[in-house]
Design a protein around this ligand. Sequence first.
Ligand code: SF4
Ligand code: FES
Length: 367
Amino acid sequence: MTRPPIAMLAELTHRCPLACPYCSNPLDLVRGAAEMGTEDWARIFREAADLGVLQLHLSGGEPAARRDLVDLAAAARAAGLYTNLITSGIGLTAARLKALDAAGLDHVQLSLQGTDAAMADAIGGLEGAFARKLEVARQIGEIGFPLTLNAVLHRRNLHQLPRAIEMALELGARRLEVATVQFHGWALRNRDALMPSRGQAREAGRIVAKARARLRGRLVIDYVPADYHGDYPKRCMGGWGSTGLNVAPDGTVLPCHAAQTIPGLEFWSTRKEPLARIWAENPAFNAYRGTEWMAEPCRSCERKTKDFGGCRCQAMALAGDAGATDPTCVKSPLHADLAARAEAHAAADAAFVFRPAPGRETAGQGA
Ligand code: SF4
Ligand code: FES
């Protein structure tokens, strides 16, 4: 029997007031009119809890763009799920945060585009967003939600990492997630504008190691290094179809946020099939589950149950084959070329291509 997932990421909407050029949403965004309504999501939360899911991440786009966000948090609580809101803070007010608290929301994860207004507003593409975010962070602290700060780092803002760590402390966060940008979706399109240099990547690793030692017991720092400059890939999604799943705004169930970039896989919808059946039987979930699908060098590698061959979507994007070894692994025949190209991307001079911000002009069902 397939083990149940631990976590579910609910992409409630792709609408968002920000336009970050590294957004993990697909290039082809789900429009507001195609979003599922409150009752559909509430049913899926119950199905997820019955399946064995413990943690629910309410995400987007910007989940606060949904007018029914408080009702959705209440539905998640009624289903018995531990619920985390992943937000830029834009669209949250003190009254809404209090209502979310009363509805049973357990945790807030606030994204940080930069550590000052000039950087943050330039990356997010919205003037005034940083000031608004700081106000929301203050309100989160007043209510007493456990807070995680979530910073995506890249060539333009990596030098702000020390300040991001200090901000996490000042804002009362218990955890800081520092992820060097992962090249999927909009980030892949912006690789020439976002790729850090090898020197920057190494320096970031040193800063995190020092801060972890200094802040032990005060702040937990999760760190995703720059994989193009590394030796081994990350264990993406904890292994395909292993511990987590994503539900897109229109109800399509995905093994990860970028899975639709892999051609030939058919993804089922919760509007038509129960979540438990999709998890166990959808051939797309079984395509790269476990280790049986692996070819060499992964098949005979001692790390294969550690990283499950890396990221399937990255293998698709870089090797043209989702069943290949992730080229960020030193054992991939493509690794040396990738490392050389990483330096070229880092040296390129490119302007950002911002993702569209459909939340600024569209209103969707249930939101
Ligand atoms: Fe991981 Fe495959 Fe590389 Fe081994 S060869 S470290 S299993 S990606
Ligand atoms: Fe799809 Fe890594 S993002 S498997």
